[in-house]
Design a protein around this ligand. Structure first.
Ligand SMILES: [Zn+2]
Length: 499
């Protein structure tokens, strides 16, 4: 493949202002689909969760899922949107094999939620994200391209279709153009999607698992020359399925568009795909205009007219916004603002909350997730929650330390083994014989050997220079292969030598 010319990010920022537009699809966690009673379960046998309605067979009639409407309204309220007193579904017509009806049932000019806004925070700076709409629609099925090297349609021998996902309820949340983010545009986009993810989780309306596609982000960006008010041509990048990819994909697009515009070229309005492995965006189909979809009101569904009483009842169920919750947790956990900011930035809030819930102290939970595990996640290029260790397992590792069964150093070995899929912390400690030696006679022997070996150090300690004890502890730890409790060793040495 050919690579795009890129301009240095800082150089782009000197000449242009990025303008963002974010479209986020949230798959609702209703038990059944949007317009039929088929299950929405993930990972079922292909095409086992289908019926005439979601396959779009002639004569089948859809019925709206009331729970999905309720979730849509609650999402709108959480995003400070107005809720329509009356709205309809619309047919979005297109021919694509993953949508057998040849149209997607969506909403067009009558969205259920409109004109909202949310505040997000990036490094202590606040940004308002204006929300244009949040509307209801249904998901499409999935294509599987077989025989090619890349899994893409190019080069494939044939394609298989799975309609289990066809008809699963989606809420599409669309921002208005987001101005004024400057060089922080990629971070603002990430923080916004992170906010939505946390909010949807708090509302309990979706699993919001980006890696399973239940939260998907299409990131639009264009560049506006500094001092101009003329919007540039935007591109839309799809397939961005992790928070860090959102940031990386936008950064890439900004540098790519900057290079085109600076050389006097024109940015092509198109859909692009984020290629995770190569870290670039690549062109997809050219972007359809709204008129290409020939929208018209869905004749098979009655309009939705939520009563104001119902809307107010639902308003009472809206949980605290994530920022407020974070401030509350910070107080409960006794973290500094800097510590909490780092935890939020690393998406560690829920993991730490669950680790504390499982018995660890707030300080211990933060220590493991923000040091050792963050380091491992960074090395693997994944988010913390993608690591194959659970909050409960981290709490178990800490419990083993608190019981004196292992020390910090061994704990790291145990964590490595958990990450490698070798079992539960306790099993690993037992199976590998990792428990620290608490047998005092064995420790005493090692201490005496170290004292005999380093007589000069021992003499200093006898004279009251207790700072020298570190050298002896080190020697004992080495002979015990790290499987000793350093503070117990220290006490034994001082017990033998203290004047
Ligand atoms: Zn169905």
């Amino acid at each position: 493949m050919s690579y795009d010319d890129l301009m240095e990010y800082d150089e782009v920022m000197e000449r242009f202002d990025p303008v963002l537009g974010l479209e986020v699809h949230v798959e609702l966690n209703t038990a059944s689909k949007m317009f039929c009673s088929c299950s929405t379960g993930f990972g079922g046998e292909p095409n086992s969760q289908t019926c005439p309605v979601c396959l779009g067979l002639p004569g089948s009639l859809p019925v709206v899922n009331g729970k999905a409407v309720e979730s849509a309204i609650r999402i709108g309220l959480a995003l400070n949107c107005g809720i329509a007193t009356w709205c309809r579904f619309a047919r979005k017509n297109y021919f694509y094999p993953d949508m057998t009806k040849d149209f997607q049932t969506s909403q067009y000019d009558e969205p259920i939620c409109f004109d909202g806004h949310v505040e997000i925070d990036v490094d202590g700076e606040s940004f308002e994200i204006p929300i244009e709409r949040a509307h209801m629609e249904e998901d499409a099925g999935k294509s599987l391209h077989v025989g090619g090297a890349t899994g893409r349609i190019a080069g494939a021998d044939y394609s298989l279709l799975d309609y289990n996902r066809a008809g699963v309820p989606l809420i599409e949340i669309v921002t208005k153009p987001v101005y004024g983010t400057g060089a922080k545009a990629p971070e603002v986009a990430r923080a916004y999607v992170s906010f939505l993810r946390d909010m949807m989780k708090a509302l309990g309306v979706s699993d919001v698992r980006m890696e399973q596609g239940s939260l998907r982000c299409d990131a639009n960006v264009s560049l506006m020359p500094k001092g101009s008010t003329q919007l540039g041509t935007r591109t839309e990048t799809k397939n961005v399925n992790s928070l860090r990819s959102i940031e990386k994909a936008l950064r890439y697009e900004i540098c790519r568009q900057g290079a085109i515009l600076a050389s006097g070229g024109r940015v092509k309005q198109e859909t692009r795909h984020w290629l995770e492995v190569s870290g670039v965006t690549a062109p997809g189909r050219s972007k359809e205009q709204a008129e290409d979809y020939r929208y018209f009101p869905e004749p098979d569904l009655v309009p939705i007219a939520p009563s104001r009483e119902w809307v107010e009842e639902l308003r009472a169920t809206i949980p605290e916004v994530p920022a407020v919750r974070y401030e509350r947790l910070r107080g409960e956990w006794g973290y500094t603002e800097l510590e909490m900011q780092a935890v939020i930035a690393a998406q560690g809030v829920d993991l730490i909350a669950a680790t504390i819930e499982a018995g660890a102290s707030p300080q211990a939970a933060r220590k493991w997730w923000m040091s050792e595990l963050s380091r491992q996640a960074n090395a693997l290029g994944v988010d913390l929650e993608e690591l194959s260790i659970t909050a409960t397992q981290v709490a178990q590792v800490q419990a083993l330390i608190d019981e004196g069964a292992i020390n910090d150093k061994i704990a790291r070995t145990v964590i490595d083994a958990v990450l490698a899929g070798e079992g539960e912390p306790r099993q690993i400690v037992a199976a590998k014989g990792l428990a620290v030696v608490s047998d005092s006679s064995a420790l005493q022997e090692a201490v005496d050997a170290a004292i005999a070996e380093h007589a000069d150090v021992a003499d200093k300690i006898r004279e009251g220079k207790t700072a020298a004890v570190g050298a002896l502890i080190g020697s004992v730890m080495k002979s015990m292969k790290g499987q000793a409790d350093a503070s117990a060793v220290r006490e034994l040495i001082l017990g033998r030598l203290a004047p």
